[in-house]
Design a protein around this ligand. Structure first.
Ligand SMILES: C[S@@+](CC[C@H](N)C(=O)[O-])C[C@H]1O[C@@H](n2cnc3c(N)ncnc32)[C@H](O)[C@@H]1O
Length: 277
């Protein structure tokens, strides 16, 4: 290969190949300065496959178009940072405004459908489940769907097992005591909470309309990785999964700009919520 190398040995043509590959597989845009990210995330795969470098990994991907390895590479490039009750103002808004309204509107069916899109290791979906239990919805028919592109993180989510450091982040001690029990060095979430949530591998770029209709969709801290067009398509799809008046909650650095005709932006306490028109 004649092309010059850029930092830490990734050839510049392979860097471009990886950028395009991850974009085509997951929609994730990785700029020109993410060498360290490719290096640190792909090194374990290189080692596991007994290869010498990321350039070898690129050659393998180009030669075989190996579905399994390709999937591993795309999943490795996702960022899965999450924690319990992340952005508490969202949970305050749900507790204070959405739940009282739904309790009234759905008193006959006692049924709620909620979706944690980009659920990662499950803390968001389980936070919702605990919030509902704490607010007297224990005898309701609650279905919470947690979805993510990465099947690896969903495997962890399904297990409902968390390390000490994870339960230390955002989870009130009262809820830890109530809903978890120690299991070796980890904490195991109770069956009651786990049964309220179902996890499924779903790429947000695919059509999502068959999933709904939901009362609430969390799609937080994932849009930041997409380009404007992908983002707009996803917001349109999410709109199609929501009941009229249903809520969409986005991450702090995200907005539903560009689809104003579909969502009304409202401020509830310290939270911004997008209400489906
Ligand atoms: C930073 S985490 C956000 C987790 C959680 N929503 C939160 O705010 O705490 C972003 C998640 O989006 C997922 N993701 C990335 N691209 C995706 C795609 N195309 N479809 C579905 N999920 C995707 C990643 O796998 C990752 O778990």
């Amino acid at each position: 290969m004649g092309s010059p190398t850029i930092t830490e040995g990734i050839h510049s043509d392979n860097y471009r190949f990886l950028q395009e590959y991850v974009y085509s597989q997951a929609g994730i845009v990785l700029e020109h300065d993410k060498h360290y990210l490719f290096e640190s995330r792909l090194a374990p795969i290189v080692r596991q496959l007994g290869l010498g470098s990321i350039n070898d990994l690129c050659a393998l991907l180009q030669a075989t178009r190996g579905v399994e390895v390709g999937r591993q590479v795309a999943e490795a490039m996702t960022t899965n940072e999450t924690y319990f009750f992340r952005d508490p103002s969202h949970y305050d808004a749900i507790r204070g405004v959405l739940l009282p309204r739904l309790r009234e509107e759905r008193r006959d069916t006692k049924k709620l459908w909620l979706w944690s899109a980009a659920a990662s290791t499950g803390q968001e979906a389980y936070s919702l489940a605990m919030l509902l239990l704490e607010n007297g919805f224990g005898d309701w028919n609650i279905q919470i769907l947690g979805t993510d592109f990465s099947s690896q993180v969903l495997e962890r989510a399904r297990s409902g097992k968390y390390h000490q450091i994870e339960v230390n982040r955002g989870l009130p001690a009262t809820l830890l005591v109530k809903h978890f029990r120690r299991s070796g060095v980890e904490w195991q979430l109770s069956e009651v909470v786990r049964r309220m949530v179902r996890f499924e591998t779903i790429d947000l770029r695919k059509s999502m309309r068959p999933l709904g209709p939901f009362d609430l969709v969390f799609c937080r801290n994932v849009m930041i990785y997409f380009d404007a067009e992908t983002k707009k398509n996803i917001l349109n799809e999410i709109h199609g999964t929501l009941f009229r008046g249903g809520w969409l909650l986005l991450g702090g650095a995200e907005s539903a700009l560009g689809v104003d005709e579909k969502f009304e932006r409202q401020t509830v306490g310290n939270a911004i919520v997008y209400v489906a028109r």
